[in-house]
Unconditional design. Structure first.
Length: 347
């Protein structure tokens, strides 16, 4: 994976509401597991029609961040995101029990993880995540609301489009953090590839209900060298809508890594399996002691046999030299002469 630098930005506005019920959070850029966990951004929008919306959003965002920070190296990013979502859901349900508002406390949540040139995301509810490149704006997730379920029925021919828009409950959420059984979670099967210059926008519905995709693109891309999150919030507030909802915007901009960031990248680790295979290739089996002793005895025997053969050959050569020497022949001849001069056998 190509390494990219993530430049985070955030902005909020209370809008025309009596309180801010949105919350957001970032993971620590200096966390010990950042190399395998990446950089996490979260937006939560407390549900205004329910009790404790503000508290639910803050608890959900904080618990989600803390849960994800416990990601193990052998745990995939999608699995860690799902685990964090369920822990956040349990925390909001616990808040409902504490306040005796069971089933009446909830928040939306959208989260994105940037790691190298990959983007992973998860959403529950109707907060949105967009990808902006040099040419266009693309919404990545789908809201969990009654409208989308009715639209699917309309696409299948079971309803008219007019009936969908006429339904007074079309904005009601079908999934959120704090629900009794969290089954609807929107997340991609594969991560999204991002490149230098791309932007990822996470936002509450206060933004996209005030600005369309073209306006979001113009505001964010026009502030590439400034503050795209603030530009988006300002663009929504400039509309002057009478019932402007809370607005929360996080923007992740991608750029080339700086020199010191390249130097900090850890060396690639070989997996345990590869290390074991490497050991098996280089590791020699120990030779049995009895085999070594036997080889030594054979070598000693052969050495002794060689020495014996050498000595035997030397002795043989020496004896042959003595028999063929002039002194030996002269001595025999002399003996014969002496014997011939004494026929009687005396001295």
């Amino acid at each position: 994976m190509d390494s990219l630098r993530v430049i985070p930005a955030n902005a909020q506005h209370q809008g025309m509401r009596s309180e801010q019920q949105d919350a957001f959070a970032f993971s620590s850029p200096d966390s010990e597991n950042r190399y395998h966990a990446g950089f996490l951004a979260v937006v939560a929008d407390g549900m205004g029609g329910m009790s404790c919306g503000r508290e639910a959003a803050h608890i959900a965002s904080q618990v989600f961040i803390e849960a994800y920070s416990g990601k193990r190296e052998d745990e995939s990013i999608p699995d860690a995101l799902k685990r964090a979502a369920f822990e956040a859901n349990d925390a909001v349900k616990a808040l409902a029990e504490e306040t005796s508002e069971i089933g009446e406390v909830g928040t939306t949540l959208v989260a994105a993880v940037a790691r190298a040139d990959r983007l992973y995301w998860l959403s529950v509810g109707d907060s949105r995540i967009y990808k902006l490149d040099a040419e266009s704006t693309a919404q990545l997730n789908e809201e969990h609301n009654l409208r989308n379920k009715l639209c699917r029925l309309a696409n299948g021919g079971f309803l008219d489009a007019e009936e969908v828009e006429a339904n007074p409950q079309k904005e009601a959420l079908t999934s959120y953090i704090g629900i009794e059984n969290l089954t609807e979670i929107d997340m991609p099967e594969k991560p999204l590839i991002v490149k230098k210059g791309d932007q990822i926008v996470l936002c509450s519905d206060g933004l996209y209900k005030s600005m369309n995709d073209e306006e979001i693109f113009s505001a964010a891309r026009g502030a590439l060298n400034d503050d795209p999150a603030a530009a988006l919030v300002d663009g929504a507030m400039d509309k002057g809508l009478r019932h402007q909802d809370n607005i929360t915007v996080l923007v992740l901009s991608f750029d080339e890594p700086e020199a010191e960031e390249r130097a900090e990248e850890p060396p690639k680790k070989t997996t345990k399996a590869r290390k074991m295979r490497r050991r098996k290739k280089t590791q020699r089996r120990p030779i049995p002691t009895a085999f070594v002793a036997g080889v030594k005895l054979v070598l000693i025997f052969l050495l002794c046999l060689l020495i014996y053969c050498i000595l035997s050959r030397v002795n043989t050569e020496n004896s042959l030299k003595v028999e063929e020497s002039p002194m030996s022949r002269e001595y025999v001849s002399l003996s014969i002469k002496i014997t011939d001069t004494n026929p009687a056998g005396g001295v």
